[in-house]
Design a protein around this ligand. Structure first.
Ligand SMILES: [Zn+2]
Length: 402
């Protein structure tokens, strides 16, 4: 793990009086989208500390400029150059070229330059970054401010493509880094954050607060993330052991939810029936001992080819009986066919009124759900090879044509 860039609080006060991006009407005259840094409560003469280890780039006098007397520090961390600017000072206590450590006293706060009263203004630059509407390099310092970063959850997510890590949860915010495909990211947040993140995975317009392995914190578009670690690309397959089968199937002991992550909090993506083989993903010899274990999950291929997770304590090694006949339901009006069992999930098709739909679930269990609000049924699309399986709202179907 390489170093991560962190900002210590530059003043003793813990009050921020103006955040990044606030008051766009005031900053329009500087051709900026809003406030380009953080303002901290600080009376004239208050101590101003270096936010990080670094070197003094320059100390600029109060000569009619907006920042008044200000100090600029340079910080090179993990191969990236950051700069911090401390503005509206009454006095500078360092000079250009001097090395400073995080927490060193470098200046006294004041009210020089364009300001309505005494405070410390802090600007953060990441050289090479660009926040739309702000000068080159200027980024929001808040994610870097120590004690402001939320705690890590134990959820790891993976990028599905090369994608930007951004300072804020919007495509117009600064790009902090370029993430490679399949890069692991730790989801940040307090209680419930991991479950919230799981629900957002794959959803267009949603963002997830994450930390990269090197410590950098930012936001990633949820529609470029997945829960499962991608299989490493192996250019040459090793010779298979002659005595062992290439793949091993397990079977649900009852109609079983298939989820997109190894926990009951993960989204349902399908249902497995007792007679349908679930092929174990990866090294089946490793997965097999987990069968029946109450705390384990198994990564499997669904009969429709997709992958998901099933609770290891609801599977067995032998197939159960196939149901005599699966339940058929009928939309009571034209309705959506969705990727997952939630109205927020991607719509993958439209189904006409009274289209017969075969429900992939235990017929008795499925029948009990028909007509119930907030329940979903996993059904086969009437016209494969469109996305063959998907979800319909149980409260828009009937067990007989209407
Ligand atoms: Zn300011």
């Amino acid at each position: 793990m390489s170093e991560q860039f962190k900002l210590r609080w530059p003043v003793d006060s813990r009050t921020i009086t103006q955040y990044f991006g606030e008051n766009p009407h005031i900053y329009a005259r500087y051709n900026q989208a809003g406030h380009e840094g953080l303002d901290f409560r600080a009376p004239v003469g208050a101590n101003v500390y270096a936010c990080a280890d670094g070197q003094v780039l320059d100390v600029r006098p109060n000569r009619g400029n907006a920042y008044g007397l200000h100090v600029r520090l340079q910080h090179v961390v993990g191969g990236r150059e950051y700069q911090t600017i401390y503005a509206h000072l009454s006095r500078a206590l360092v000079s250009a070229g001097q090395q400073v450590a995080a927490g060193d006293l470098i200046a006294r706060a004041g009210m020089t330059g364009h300001t309505y009263g005494p405070h410390l203004h802090l600007t953060l630059k990441l050289i090479g970054a660009k926040t739309l509407g702000y000068p080159d390099g200027v980024i929001d310092p808040l994610p870097y401010l120590q004690d402001e970063a939320p705690p890590q959850t134990d959820l790891i997510v993976y990028t599905t493509a090369g994608v930007r890590l951004r300072a804020r949860p919007t495509t117009v915010s600064a790009q902090l880094a370029w993430l490679d495909e399949a890069e692991p990211l730790t989801v940040l947040g307090g209680a419930g954050a991991a479950d919230e993140a799981r629900a957002k995975i794959g959803q267009h317009g949603e963002w997830i607060h994450v930390q990269r392995a090197d410590g950098m914190i930012g936001y990633v578009a949820a529609w470029y993330l997945q829960l499962a670690q991608p299989e490493p690309v192996t250019p040459t397959e090793p010779e298979p052991e002659p005595d062992l089968p290439d793949e091993m199937a397990v079977y649900a002991t009852e109609a079983l939810n298939v989820r997109n992550g190894p926990s009951t909090g993960s989204s349902r993506i399908g249902i497995a029936l007792p007679h349908q083989p679930l092929i174990l993903v990866g090294d089946w010899a490793e997965a097999l001992p987990k069968v029946g274990d109450r705390s384990e999950w198994l990564h499997v291929h669904l009969p429709d080819g997709r992958r998901g997770y099933v609770a290891a304590w609801y599977v067995q090694l032998t197939p159960g009986p196939a149901p005599e006949k699966l339940l058929v339901v009928y939309p009571v009006q034209d309705m959506n066919f969705r990727e997952r069992p939630t109205v927020r999930a991607k719509r993958i098709g439209r189904l006409a009124h009274n289209t017969p739909l075969v429900v992939n679930d235990d017929p008795a269990r499925a029948l009990a759900l028909v007509g119930r609000y907030d329940e979903w049924l996993y059904v086969r699309h009437p016209q494969p090879p469109e996305d063959e399986w998907g979800w319909v709202a149980a409260w828009y179907v009937s067990s007989t044509p209407t």
